[in-house]
Design a protein around this ligand. Structure first.
Ligand code: IPE
Ligand code: IPE
Ligand code: MG
Length: 259
């Protein structure tokens, strides 16, 4: 039996974001080079995409390469970029067949030429799909994303009093995509590492010791189950958000425009 059967399909986060971490440690624990872990991480990407699609998640954002990751040893960076190109080329038919729309956030221009080319092709070919949106965070920095949003807003000449949280959201790479309801990080690290800082204001955070290459479909479902066991209060009291407890304030329910 799969945990999928126990998931309430009416309470699945529309957007799940994952910090895919632990590839290097996974490889090193087997006496292998770090890149071996990255190679095996691709299988975990397939598994999470399959699991997310199966339970009805509409947007899946995967943190694949941070701005800070450019500072890793040259060999590792090159191997990661090569792997990215091979994975996009190798998976495109499958993505298309499964009606996955491929998009990206991050600094597209900083990626190597062949990487940009294959990404562009993949995004164009799958642009019409609506089953699930796979968002790769590549050469991504949340602080830079926010900084660029501020730059665009200032350059538009808008007056200060018209600046509103929604306007900031609309100028981020994730414009038009709901904020993640759930953020997963593998490998036991309890930090955000410059990922979606604005967008995760009210996300449920789920940390697991499992290293990314070992993260399978059932692990993804377990994270969704954990999410479903939480009470999302958005600043309200418990009584306000559970009508079964006979609360009189239910009509005042207000998520403050955060969702
Ligand atoms: C995550 O695994 C993949 C990337 C950051 C590209 P790591 O490479 O960070 O693996 P660890 O954290 O060193 O084990
Ligand atoms: C975060 O992982 C970036 C990605 C998963 C792509 P890192 O391994 O780079 O993060 P830190 O350095 O441990 O914070
Ligand atoms: Mg890491």
């Amino acid at each position: 039996m799969s945990l999928l059967d126990s998931i309430d399909k009416n309470n699945v986060p529309a957007h799940v974001a994952i910090i895919m971490d632990g590839n290097g440690r996974w490889a090193q624990s087997q006496g292998r080079e770090r890149i071996f872990g990255h190679l095996n991480g691709v299988e975990a990407v397939r598994a999470s995409l399959k699991a997310a699609t199966a339970c009805g998640v509409k947007h899946l954002t995967l943190y694949a390469f941070s701005t800070e990751n450019w500072n890793r040893p040259k060999d590792e960076v090159e191997a990661l970029m090569t792997l990215l190109v091979h994975t996009i080329v190798g998976e495109l038919d499958e993505l298309d067949k499964n009606e996955v729309k491929l998009t990206m956030i991050g600094d597209f221009e900083s990626l190597p030429d062949n990487c940009r080319e294959e990404l562009r092709k993949g995004m164009q070919r799958t642009a019409h799909h609506t089953r699930i949106n796979l968002i790769l965070a590549l050469s991504y920095s949340s602080r830079r994303e926010i900084t660029e949003a501020v730059r665009k807003i200032v350059a538009s000449g808008i007056s200060a009093e018209k600046i509103h949280p929604d306007l900031i959201s609309q100028n981020l790479g994730t414009a038009g995509i709901p904020d993640p309801g759930l953020l997963i990080r593998t490998s036991g690290e309890i930090r955000i590492s410059n990922f979606l800082l604005w967008q995760i204001a009210y996300a449920e955070l789920y940390f697991t010791e499992t290293l990314w290459p070992d993260f399978g479909e059932e692990d993804f479902f377990a994270a969704i189950m954990d999410y479903q066991g939480r009470e999302r209060r958005f600043g309200l009291t418990s009584a306000q958000i559970s009508p079964s407890e006979g609360n009189i304030l239910n009509e005042t329910k207000n998520t403050g425009g955060l969702l």
